[in-house]
Design a protein around this ligand. Sequence first.
Ligand code: AGP
Length: 614
Amino acid sequence: MCGIIGYLGKGCAQESLIDGLRRLEYRGYDSAGVAFHEGKSFSMARETGRVKNLATSVQKNSSSSSLGIAHTRWATHGAVTVSNTHPHVSNDGKFVMVHNGVIENFNTLKKFLIGKGFEFSSETDSEVLCNLIAYNYSELEPSEDRFIDAIRMALPQCRGAYGIAVLCLDFPDTMVGARRGSPLVVGLGEDANFIASDASAFVGRAKEAVFLNDGELAVLQGSEFRITTLEGHEAKAVSQPVDQISEEVELGDFGSYMEKEIYEQPSALKNTLRGRFGDDGTTAKLSGLEGHEEELRNLDRIIFVACGTARHACMVGEYLIERLARVPVEVEHASEFRYRNSPKAGKSLVIAVSQSGETLDTLEAVREAKTKGLLTLGITNVVGSSLARETDGGVYQRVGPEIGVASTKAFSSQACLCAMLGLALGRMRELSPMDGQAIVTALKDLPDLVSQVLQQGEQIRELAVKYSKADHLLFLGRQSLYPVALEGALKLKEISYAHAEGYPAAELKHGPIALISPECPSVFVVEGTELSAKTIANMQEVKARKGPVIAIAPQSVEIPEEAADDIFRLPDAHEVIRPILANLPLQLFAYHFALLRGLDVDKPRNLAKSVTVE
Ligand code: AGP
């Protein structure tokens, strides 16, 4: 959503803050700003556009301050303008603050403050919170806790989510952070301490990361720090060595993070799979499920909750887990599950899937499930993320940071873990050892087969060139390839801005076929089962109406020449890994399609990597 970083140390804050913003820019990149405590005043710089614009501005007026905060913004309230760019400063000039989240009752608070004589220069909720802190400060007697107490008084008046870092002119050696609903982590280093949205901001500069929980405050004073609750009680914080947080945020020789993350899927999937098969070679062993065997054995229902690409991976899981474990599975939009209040039906397990582990819609769905007393498991890629800490158990994806806003390797690892979950649950039930062994073999072969498909990348680039003028495309698939069709459509639209829709292949004739024309290509993902003939018939329905057809199909499927204009061949593979293989050409198609349009595949317009607001 937005990226926050604060620095308090012996050195110069400027370099660490700008470097940290660059590492956080994937969280939002509409505008960026920085504020330094200069003793008797704050110096500030704020620029619209990318962090590099701010870096240029800061270089012209460098600060030697050792205390500062910085922010890169994904706009929620107010247009992309300098005045709406963080940090915000209070009317009296005593406070500067950066914020990630949404203060839902900011209008009420703003009216109250205007009644007290405050004026506002931005449209943001964040400026309101900054002035609310200043107002509470003005109501307190001078004391060594006046700064922290003003924050403790202001935050309970707010509804909604916040992750903040705040400086006060009267306290030149103090930085305060607080979180509710938006992630915040303290970085502890030799010469400086940090507050940030996530630990990637201070990788290489801090040795330990201390993760805040909702309702907690971090107070950094000099070289000391403490974590307390809003009420002032000592809080036990989760900490871990920063070197566990991969430094794989370097681009290397790739042209973009998206390209890097597509092509590192073989190694990424090896990490996902590593050490996760039972000794007898017929099942998967997911340590995050240990201690829940009885509950898992007696499940009546599994409910997946997720958003976007993660939900598509869950939909692949729905098909695989029902087939392997014979447990009813539902996949819910996390945002819908939270309010739908579906009736409890027996023993249900809620599995939340989120690459970032910070998607607020998904987190709130987990909180609703826990309110109802349901067992919750999390599948996430970020160690120590809110999802990892708020679920009863879970599994890490282990694919390294995914920086490209368009999710690629995360989808593959999530779908792989869903297959492994289906295998594990199946072997707890009726799945035979032989079938289990075949699935284990297929999963172990997956990284090499992924490599094999990616080596055909040039053929996909040529397809993208051929169809790059299309502004409307359909993606179609059946069974576990229907979610792949949805994912292919999402990938294309979110980075190329072309309109794309995914449907079950059979659904085409129930309306969408009206869209078919020579200008609207259809991409069919063909199963490789007895259903292939039906999908080929759908392809012929499109061809009969002069619609271009691209088929993504396993080697062994015969496709009549008149049924497709272009065919991309996949290796024949076990059903549990077919969706992952079939999705690879769609990732590359979207990637090249967007490049051909001269677009930034890593930072598409209007998007952010982790959506930590509802
Ligand atoms: C995927 O390419 C999108 N960027 C988006 O749909 C994303 O998958 C969704 O916001 C969920 O993110 P999460 O996995 O971090 O929860």
